[in-house]
Each structure stands twice: as C-alpha cells, then as structure tokens.
Design a protein around this ligand. Structure first.
Ligand code: NAD
Length: 349
C-alpha cells in the first residue's frame, strides 16, 4: 500500500481529502496540490479503479499536473483534482453526487470542481445545486460548455509554433498530420487542420469516427499502432497517455509530436531518444491547456472572444518553451517544467 505521507512529501501536495458517505456509498479523494496562485481547479474523474492505491496515485498525479498547467498558462489558479471510486454506468446516483458536492463545499472554495472522465456536464450542473465551487457548466447557463473545442484550438495554435520551429514557417498546407483518437478533441482538431490545408492520417478504435473523417476531410485511415510508423510532419496523440514509450519511440517517423492527450511521456527516459531521433516534442500540458483557459474565464464572467484570445497565446508559450530549451540545452519537457515552477515562485517568465 502506498504511504500517503511519503507520496505527499515527494510531490508537494498541500492536502488530500478522503471522502466517504455510507448512505450513498461514496468513496472519493480530493487532492489539492498547490494553491499559491489561486484556488485549485480540476476535474472530477469517476472510474472503477482496481484499488485504493490506484485511485490515490491517479488523483495525486493529475492534481500535480493541473498545477503545472495552470501556472504555465498564467492563470490565477492552483492545481487540484478529485476521483470518485466507482463505475459511472452502475454506481452514479443523485445521492452520491450530492454527498460528493457537500465535501467540495466544505473546502470553502479551496477546490473548484469541473467535469472529467465519467462526470458529465449534467452532473456538474447537478453538483452546482449543492455547492458554488463548480466550473465548466453549460452555455445556456452562461458557462463555457464543453471544453474540447477550446482544447483543440489551443493544440492547433501550439502546432503552428512547432511548425515554425522545425520548418521556419507555420503553414499547414501540404503538411501530413497523423491523429491518434478522433474523440471530442481529436475530431475538432481534424476539422481545423483540414480547413488549414493539412493532409490527415487518422486512427481510432471506433470505425464510425474514422469513416466520418474519411468522408469529411478525405483522411487516410491507419490501423491501430501503425499510426506510430506513419511518415509525417506531426504525430498528434489525442487518445491515451503514456504513448511515448520505449516501444513506440522505435517506430516514430515524424518530425514533431504535438497532441492533446495528457501525460504522453511514459517516463523521462524517452526524452533522450526523442532528441536523438531529432523529434520536437510539444509538452502536453502546455499544448492542451485551451480547455482549462476556457473554463477559467468563467470565474470572471465568460466571454468566448476573450477566452479564445487567451487560448491563442499557447502559440507564444510554446515558442518560449522552445527558446528556453535551446538556450539551456535541455529538453522541451524540462523547459516547460522550469517555466511553470518559476511562475509558481512568482518569478517573471
Ligand atoms: P474522448 O474520450 O472523447 O476521445 C478519445 C478517443 O480516442 C475516442 O474516440 C477513442 O475511441 C479513441 N481511442 C482510445 N484508444 C485508442 C487507441 N488505442 N487508438 C486510437 N484511438 C483510440 O476524449 P477527448 O476528450 O477527446 O480527450 C482526448 C485526450 O485529450 C485525453 O487524453 C484527454 O485526457 C486529453 N485532454 C482532453 C481535454 C478536453 O478538453 N476534452 C483537455 C485536455 C486534455
């Protein structure tokens, strides 16, 4: 079993709350990683974890990542995350969500909850009936709605900085881009890239999503792991985490890896090999922050134009990461971490 205090010490979490409610069966964890820049905002994930340790590891890892994402995005927010241990299809109920909402409420705004895997926009609206410490509600309720189009737009803007870094210009025309995952973000990204003139290769476990991309964007379908081998300008992981690993790295035949998936690097050992293969890696939490930036706008009254203007700055942030990596002779992943940590310490970046 994980020693929770050791873990907290290593990753520097401020607080981890174990939430339980016997009548509804709620078992949840709320992790607040860092609130030095503002309240900890992060989604609530409902997932049938194999064990308490698995749920704890996930919430600790995800909340820390939120701190870095908010910091590098220059948002007045800290990092937090929550997980409800259960199967959303079987275990979710109004009483369970209400019990969870009460725990969030007791934190008095230190943690602001949003949607994530297994928790929908409707669930968030329901939680909002019990606590005001909620973000990411529907556009009908003056919220920012589904964050995915904003995330896709941020990835698109960050890709421009990647193209500029590698090819000296940011034109998508004629560029070959392989997208793994045509879900909410991947499909919105495919549309933007197609409209900008890129040729697309697509892979998804759902054949209907692939068929749609072929029909709408003339995309070339790629089967399963073959997507790693595609000879292309950009490989865009938009499905799973951990996909840059000791096995996949041998297959990559792209110049740039830039996508929306969280935690793309299996571990930092792969960074050296990426550099040897001359592949430019766009740090995931810098590139996929569009959804968070969009949600954060709700806190001061949501205006889409303003939100999208801020999301477009992912381009500048990515350039800053590349420039620091070159100046210091470090990986782009390390440069992003250093920039986020500087922001957390209140240093100008
Ligand atoms: P989603 O669930 O809507 O889509 C994921 C897609 O990936 C699905 O179509 C699924 O069939 C496909 N997929 C799963 N395994 C695959 C595989 N092995 N090969 C090919 N396709 C596979 O999720 P999403 O909201 O589009 O998010 C995609 C990624 O981006 C996730 O890693 C998520 O954590 C990350 N992310 C999303 C947002 C957001 O705003 N939605 C924000 C930041 C990061």
């Amino acid at each position: 079993m994980i020693n929770i205090f050791d873990k907290i010490k290593t990753d520097g979490h401020e607080n981890v709350l174990v939430c339980s409610d016997t009548s509804s069966g709620l078992q949840a964890l709320i992790a607040i990683h860092n609130t030095s820049l503002g309240p900890a905002l992060g989604g609530c994930r409902m997932w049938p974890y194999e064990s308490f340790d698995a749920a704890l590891s996930d919430v600790l890892r995800l909340s820390k990542a939120m701190t870095y994402k908010a910091a590098i995005s220059n948002l007045p927010l800290g990092g937090g995350k929550s997980v409800i241990w259960g199967d959303p299809a079987k275990d979710k109920s109004d009483t369970l969500l209400k019990a969870f909402a009460k725990h969030v409420d007791r934190l008095g705004g230190q943690y602001i909850v949003a949607e994530d895997v297994g928790i929908s926009l409707e669930d968030i609206e329901f939680i909002r009936e019990t606590t005001p410490y909620v973000s990411g509600f529907s556009q009908e309720n003056k919220g920012s709605g589904d964050p995915s189009p904003a995330t896709a737009y941020g990835v698109f803007c960050g890709m421009k900085a990647c193209l500029e870094e590698v090819y000296g210009n940011n034109a998508f025309t004629g560029k070959r881009i392989a997208i793994q995952g045509l879900g909410k973000v991947g499909s919105a990204l495919a549309k933007l890239l197609h409209e900008a003139g890129a040729s697309l290769y697509v892979s998804d476990m759902d054949p209907e999503r692939v068929a749609k991309a072929i029909r709408l964007y003339g995309a070339d379908p790629i089967h399963g792991h073959e997507v790693y081998r595609v000879d292309c300008d950009i490989f865009a992981p938009c499905a799973l985490g951990g996909i840059i690993n000791e096995r996949s790295i041998k297959s990559f035949s792209c110049r740039i890896i830039a996508g929306a998936a969280n935690n793309q690097l299996k571990d930092s050992n792969v960074l050296e090999e990426l550099s040897q293969k001359n592949i430019l890696y766009a740090p995931d939490y810098v590139l996929n922050a569009g959804g968070l930036i969009n949600i954060a706008e709700e806190l001061s009254g949501y205006h889409p134009e303003q939100a999208y203007k801020k999301i477009a700055q992912i381009y500048d942030r990515m350039k800053q990461v590349f420039s620091m990596a070159k100046k210091e002779g470090i990986s782009t992943a390390k440069a992003a971490d250093l920039l986020a940590e500087a922001q957390l310490k209140g240093e100008r970046i």
